[in-house]
Design a protein around this ligand. Sequence first.
Ligand code: PLP
Length: 361
Amino acid sequence: MERLLMGPGPSNPYPEVAAALVRPVTGHLDPAFLDLLDETCERLRTVFATGNALTLPLSGTGSAGMEAAMVNLVEPGAPVVVGVNGLFGERIAEVARRAGADVVRVEAPWGEPLDPAALVGAHPAPSVIALVHAETSTGVRNDVAAVAAGKGDALVVADVVTSLGGIEVAVDEWGVDVAYSCSQKCLGAPPGLAPITVSDRARSRLVANPRSWYLDLSLIAAYVEAGGGRTYHHTAPVTMVSALHGALGAVLAEGLDTVRERHRRCGQALQDGLERLGLRLLAPEGHRLPQLTTVVVPDDLPGGASEADVRRRLLQDWGVEIGSGAGRLAGKVWRIGCMGHTARRRNVDALLAALAEVLDR
Ligand code: PLP
């Protein structure tokens, strides 16, 4: 059975992506590929809403973007403020620690948004303030713009893994210095790339000899940027870049605002429908993500079923995949994605009908 992926992971790809995946593979230094790479970077600038020259698809999943941001910006012992209100904020704190940072954690309960003033006031002179825009483990949106507005001399790093393409991300307008994302969520390509953008301000503070050779942004820039003649760094995953190029093309052809509005409408219809079924949403109103909805698993599942039984039935009988809770919310919530090509009203209706039957509501 063809599967409708509505978890927090890969969304179903756009047809343009499927076409890119079966195209003959070119060499990674072939001028035709380099043109496609340049166009991909330009498309990423549009989606990130930035003029940053250093904007590119890193080889690796979203976590590679996170790691690249930290190893390239953090000198050993540097104070780094990290917002932690979910699994991915936790991950940033750990990656920053391993990069040598003196991590200052600013926490909020899982399911609640971070307080921007607390982040900005947590240290007198942080070198970096980092937070997750769309916390995929809880379905909560954090206010990146408010944090960036108060950043002072610090650099702001925003994880936009689950937000890019699904809700507004305005890197230049907000004053975000480094933002990284992934290919597989609201952009609707397969997993494998981490789009990243770096402001000139952040670029002037890149660590010399960062603790990763592979993710050294200065070395990668020399390959990606055409200006000085391209220097080989590593073999670019040609087919994945081509797939991302196709996905970005689909998003921009539909119109970024239209795509976000599609996400908004689907998320709203899903959340309304879930509440009509008597289910409780974890994230508070006003901070909910349309593209990732967290639903509290009810105590009274029919026939003594477990939450995993419900997900299994949805997958086996209806071909619909939803996600389990992650980290400390494991077993307590379901995470339902409406991302990329999957953010369609018909998919929402199919899931709600399936859930009503499985939950006997
Ligand atoms: N950050 C957030 C907010 C995420 O949701 C994820 C993955 O779901 C990641 C980072 C890590 O991305 P990846 O799994 O592509 O490495």
